[in-house]
Design a protein around this ligand. Structure first.
Ligand SMILES: CC(C)(COP(=O)(O)OP(=O)(O)OC[C@H]1O[C@@H](n2cnc3c(N)ncnc32)[C@H](O)[C@@H]1OP(=O)(O)O)[C@@H](O)C(=O)NCCC(=O)NCCS
Length: 185
């Protein structure tokens, strides 16, 4: 699939929130509270992405993957603050549910690593999310720490911290040519 990846901005709040809601409803059906997934998730995710994207922020970057016709098909968010010794946080990586297994996840993870460029990176994945854990293992991540989730609707379910010691190596692992275009203006 021909994909382009660009920084998301104010005009992408609905697209990113929509991808996030759709992905959690499928991927976390046995992980998060069904009552949360059925309703409150919509206001909750819209509030999160409005806060992150309504104005330019130096502390995080959201990348949006689109098909050639501009349809949003996945996103990833990088939090720039260092969390020693694990490095920067990849917070949310999602491919559109009907397009899982088409390489979007690997492209977005490599794009996140390219932004981090130097140093370590890490993320959190639910212990029950077997498919994503296999995906991260294939991408060279190592599970290093397990903690109870404090996320809404999670009832403290365990999360693994997955760590990559050198983001640059991960960025280069994806050989697909990629341009991360800046926001207009
Ligand atoms: C994790 C994710 C980003 C990986 O991206 P991807 O491009 O789909 O990567 P892969 O093709 O390697 O597939 C990864 C896993 O997704 C699942 N998957 C792949 N194709 C699928 C499909 N057509 N239908 C349902 N699940 C599928 C599988 O469990 C697969 O792992 P497996 O092949 O070891 O069983 C993507 O699968 C996704 O968005 N998953 C749901 C959200 C999620 O769990 N995000 C991670 C949060 S920490």
């Amino acid at each position: 699939m021909s994909l382009s990846i660009r920084r998301a901005g104010t005009g992408d709040i609905a697209a990113v929130a929509g991808l996030h809601i759709a992905s959690w409803r499928v991927a976390y059906v046995d992980i998060l509270d069904p009552a949360y997934l059925a309703g409150p998730i919509e206001a909750d995710r819209t509030a999160v992405w409005t806060e992150r994207l309504a104005a330019p922020r130096d502390d995080l970057t959201v990348l949006l993957a689109e098909t050639r016709d501009g349809s949003p098909v996945g996103f990833v968010c990088v939090i720039h603050a260092e969390d020693p010794p694990w490095g920067r946080l990849v917070d949310n990586l999602h491919a559109r549910p009907d397009l899982r297994g088409t390489g979007i996840g690997a492209r977005l993870l490599a794009a996140a690593a390219a932004i981090i460029c130097h140093g370590d990176m890490h993320l959190w994945v639910y212990a029950a999310n077997d498919g994503a854990r296999r995906f991260y293992a294939r991408q060279g991540g190592r599970e290093v720490d397990i903690q109870a989730s404090d996320k809404v609707g999670s009832a403290g379910k365990p999360l693994w911290r997955v760590h990559w010691p050198d983001a640059r190596r991960q960025a280069l692992a994806d050989a697909t040519p990629m341009t991360i275009s800046p926001l207009p203006g």
